[in-house]
Write a protein that binds this ligand. Structure first.
Ligand code: PHE
Length: 493
């Protein structure tokens, strides 16, 4: 039956009848598929040939398991039938005989029903005939028949879900609409060379000026990139230059040693750091600077006592995936120190890697935002001041600073902000003044200080876009539709 046939029967029926009370009944009487009738009604409603009321109802249908029992019989009856009429069968043989249709619980039911008994792992029949009440009931449900109360109770007492409810949609009181006609006209959509002469006879389909246009195809920025742009703008507006972060692979030397991070530091453990197999070591390091770094680790200098251990070049040579962008900062500061001193403001936003267990807030790779200022006579007050300006540009004004520890900064401060929604102070960054043990071996003048801070890009992005699982933001599980739909990013005022 094609749709046109259903249309003409339906419109024809309405010509002589007030209404069609129920689309189900109409379908059954005319031997139409109800789904087809529903779709025809929907299209006629669209053209206002008819009017109708929505009708929604629920029925009970069988789950896959329920369907299986309805055709093959209940597991307990299958089991019973596999037990010989005379004598007994061992449990092992029974399992083998039944194969896939064996279910542990079937023995329980067969015993409870007093159909079989089990003695010393041998199963034998206690009766010769059993009824498959479950199968009968399931078949009834399948045919859409009503069950009696005790039948419903019987099914519900099974622990497994053999049935589920399904919602259906149909229509009631289907009547003539404002544009009713006993026959559906084929509406024209366009005026063509072929039909222009008979335009007066034609009926045109109305324009739907409320229809949404097709979204234009275009590239889309990942939320992280949008937020990164905002951070970049803030840094640039504050006069910061971007550092070159285009090296994911870094030597342990620049990632740790140059930062006065001792070689036994837990962060250097393979649990937290990804080491490279090939090339496993760096090719070159600035030798005289390496010598000064070694000395400051082993015995100190510049007013420090050092760590008092044997510094090993092999450890420094090991290549890693950089664990923070501070590795880049250390390279840049070393470059500054090579030239006559001039103050600098630098920033970077790029990827870092940590060998962490992945969960809803952690990935093994994420992005760090880092800023630093290198100038003569900087103090902790300058750091606090810069952080206040920086975060206020993000729209965050309630800040608190908490003493913290980093091997390369002293003092160090955790940056806390008041979360209005949660009513608590949350950590939003880490900061500090780089230690003389880091700066002096580079050759920076004694009165030069470096203030610096870092935060992740993911955390603010998740907050801005209301994403609570980091795997929805980054990685192979990201929903591309979400990337297309997410709005532009605006942070701050
Ligand atoms: N490198 C630090 C981190 O990975 C952040 C930081 C940067 C701290 C600069 C102090 C100064 O958490």
């Amino acid at each position: 039956v094609d749709d046109d046939q259903v249309v003409s029967v339906l419109l024809g029926f309405l010509q002589y009848n007030e209404e069609i009370p129920d689309s189900r009944q109409f379908s059954a009487e005319h031997n139409f598929d109800h789904n087809q009738v529903v779709s025809v009604i929907q299209s006629l409603l669209g053209f206002r040939y008819i009017e109708a009321q929505d009708l929604v109802w629920e029925t009970c249908v069988l789950t896959d398991e329920g369907k299986r029992y309805a055709t093959q019989g209940s597991p307990e009856v299958q089991l019973f039938l596999a037990v010989p009429e005379e004598g007994s069968i061992s449990l092992v043989d029974l399992k083998e005989k039944l194969g896939d249709s064996f279910q542990n619980f079937a023995i329980g039911y067969a015993k409870k029903n007093k159909w079989v008994e089990v003695q010393a792992n041998q199963v034998s029949r206690k009766v010769q005939h059993v009824e498959d009440k479950l199968k009968e009931l399931l078949l009834k449900i399948q045919e859409g028949k009503e069950l009696h109360e005790d039948g419903i109770k019987f099914i519900n007492e099974r622990k497994k879900n053999l049935t589920e409810s399904r919602n259906w949609k149909g229509y009631s009181s289907i009547k003539k609409g404002p544009r009713y006609a006993p026959k559906r006209k084929n509406l024209s959509t366009t005026l063509t060379r072929g039909n222009v002469e008979i335009w007066e006879e034609l009926e045109f389909k109305e324009y739907n000026i409320n229809a949404k246009g097709v979204p234009p195809e275009s590239g889309h920025l990942q939320p992280l990139l949008k937020v990164r742009k905002q951070f970049k703008d803030i840094f640039v507006q504050m006069g910061f230059e971007e550092m070159p972060t285009n090296n994911y692979v870094e030597s342990s030397f620049w990632n740790f040693d140059a930062l006065f991070q001792p070689q036994q530091h837990p962060a250097r453990d393979s649990h937290d750091t990804f080491f490279l197999k090939a090339p496993s070591t760096t090719r070159t390091l600035p030798e005289d600077y390496v010598e000064r770094v070694k000395r400051v680790h082993e015995s100190g200098g510049y007013g420090s006592r050092g760590y008092n251990y044997d510094w090993k070049r092999e450890e420094a040579n090991k290549n890693v995936l950089r664990t923070h962008t501070t590795a880049v900062s250390s390279r840049m500061l070393y470059e500054i120190a090579k030239k006559p001193f001039a103050p600098k403001k630098y920033f970077s936003i790029d990827r870092v890697f940590r060998n962490e267990a992945v969960d809803r807030t952690h990935l093994a790779e994420f992005h760090q935002i880092e800023g630093l200022i290198c100038d003569r006579g900087l103090t902790l007050g300058d750091l606090i001041g810069v952080l206040k300006v920086f975060y206020s540009r993000l729209g965050i004004s309630k800040l608190r600073f908490k003493p913290a520890y980093n091997p390369y900064t002293e003092p160090s401060m955790e940056i806390m902000s008041y979360h209005e929604g949660l009513g608590v102070w949350v950590e939003i960054g880490n900061s500090g003044m780089f230690r003389p043990e880091m700066l002096r071996p580079m050759g920076l003048p004694e009165d030069v200080q470096v203030i610096a801070w870092g935060l992740s890009l993911e955390r603010p992005t998740m907050i801005l876009y209301g994403i609570d699982n980091i795997r929805d933001l980054f990685g192979h599980k990201v929903d591309l539709d979400l990337i297309k739909r997410n709005p532009i990013c605006r942070i701050g005022f």
